[in-house]
Design a protein around this ligand. Sequence first.
Ligand code: GLC
Length: 715
Amino acid sequence: MSRIETLIGDMTLAEKLGQLTMTAAGHTVTGPVIAGDSTEAIRAGTIGNLLNLVGAAPVREMQRLAVEESRLGIPLLIGLDVVHGHRTLFPVPLAEAGLFDPQIWERTARAAAAAAAADGLAMTFAPMLDVARDPRWGRGVEGPGEDPWLGARFAEAKVRGFQGASLGAADALAAVAKHYCAYGAVCAGRDYASVDISERTLHEVYLPPFAAAVAAGVAAVMPAFTDLAGMPMTAHAGLLRDCLRGRLGFDGVIVSDYNAIAELVRHGVAADLVEAASLALAAGVDIDMMSNAYRGALPAALGRGLVTMAQIDAAVRRVLDLKQRLGLFDDPYRRGATPERAEALAARRRLARAVGARAIVMLKNERATLPLAAPLRRLAIVGPLSSPEADMRGPWWAAGEVQDQVGVVAGFRAALPAAEILQAAGVAIESEDTHGMAEALQLCGAADAIILCLGEAAAMSGEAACRAHLGLPGRQRQFAHAVLEQARARGKPVVVLLFSGRPLVVPWLFEQADAVLAVWFLGSEAGHAIADVVTGAVSPSARTAISWPRAVGQIPIFFGQRRGGRPADPKDHYTSKYLDLPNEPQFAFGHGLTYGHFTLSNLRVTPPLVTPGEALQIQVDVVNDGARAAQETLFLFVHDKVASLARPLLELRGFERITLAPGERGSVRFLLPAPELRILGPDLTPVFEPGEIEILVGPCAERARLLVETIRLSA
Ligand code: GLC
């Protein structure tokens, strides 16, 4: 008989429920600490999993308690939110998605996994795969942006990176695809609010990244806090048992979100904890994170016949199987046994700097403001984000310590050792305080160039960080006006750095400033990465993975909209448009300037008639007719002009990058298998629908800037 079956046969009910329980090891991140001190429960075998434990020594001690002092010696599964790095932080996922580079996405996850495993951890609650089309919602920063196809590519890369070649390896983490599903569609962009979308939108937009994660072998899935049309995901048997496990074939562990099982009572679908625990178990949730519902209420549920021992055993089996696949039974101390070498840390910092620079989106650059021209004898770095290194981390900073973050001033001091660097905050972010404005304006007046650091604090995006107004908090706008006006009067260049976890609605800034870089939250090497791009050491190449609204009133705004029967027509009043604003975003999905200038030509697509078993070869010529070498990103979209259901205006099906020197010509190729042209039929399964399909290639999701060819798809 296998080890697992033998264990299940030996386990008491309390020990079984312990394996279905995950509690915070003494401190909490995002909710109430219910379990308090876990050590006695670990000794008793009634807690089998932990979260939010940082450091190899405490992890090893907790593991030792379980393995050497509990009756059955079942090792603990210990997890943490290693979302964009562990001790060395990489750019937040929304920024990293903008590299459009699956190899990098995998590399940073692999680096984070090695660091977290070196601390003894075996699970990360990542990747977050929630498609986000409403920037009022704070959690878009944690995920891959607005597009499901991009989200699916991101999911594959992150699962490969976190889990590595074998889950049993000392540097592998079990990845957790979260938050299943459609969390990004919360009502009014308010976190935890109800979600109510069509079945079709669920399958076309929100499920694909999770399907890709499952296909990539993700070890675990976390249901979202939210309900979908009244059914909380934590109790959603249809989507967890029938869709995730049944249709998608997921056979891993489902771990609830923090206290989510108990919150089924607040949702109003369970009268008490017993019913809540029963609903979650029946839906297929294996591990109860932090609500103590399984340990505390499943015995009563058994007694009331609401659940069966078979259901409990099935969940225990999946948890023990994951621990076995992680190698925890063979060697529970494998992770954390070997401290990382100094060169591994240094390599990770270099990677963080390179990825940070590549994650910067140059939104605007007029009058060739960027890169800043030398010599720079005196540089003023002003604004509320000019000094706080802590904010460089962004939300979910795992084990990233404040002192290990490189801020803007440190970055420029290192890049321009001969220059005098002057720093002043000018105004606050969290208040209307403006007492520092005069001093900051004085510094700007004495400088050759100005770096204006504006934006949100890191805590203004992420979980439970939604905003109804998407402008600059505090009196930053007043400050920015004053700095820009004074600089213009004196002919001094100003580079605006926009720190945020979401697109910000600041049309006035894009009108007034000559150069604006979206620097998101770039992680531990932020200051160096920013200085690399501003000084020209690195050419900006990132693109925005989310549409930037001109106004909150445009939200939800995304490129994959359906045309409707009266698409916007400025010459026809009775068409879909606003009286007071254009429909178009401030910046389209995929927008991002470079130090080059690229022109596309000669799009060719073969074969002109494609059958379901073939693939389209797509090629386009590119020339860099700019003055500097740069990397261009090109996107491949499709549009099914006539189908059994109206299709989105653009559907993303590919992205490629090309680097060209000034004057250099090249070409970019895409291979598009015909199955990528399928649509979800009336029963929501993929079908080929013969007919004409547009193939579009260009630098962003602005149709007017795309080259188009039409092919025919045959039956
Ligand atoms: C939080 C988040 C989830 C995270 C978990 C553990 O509430 O919703 O993304 O993984 O709790 O920290």
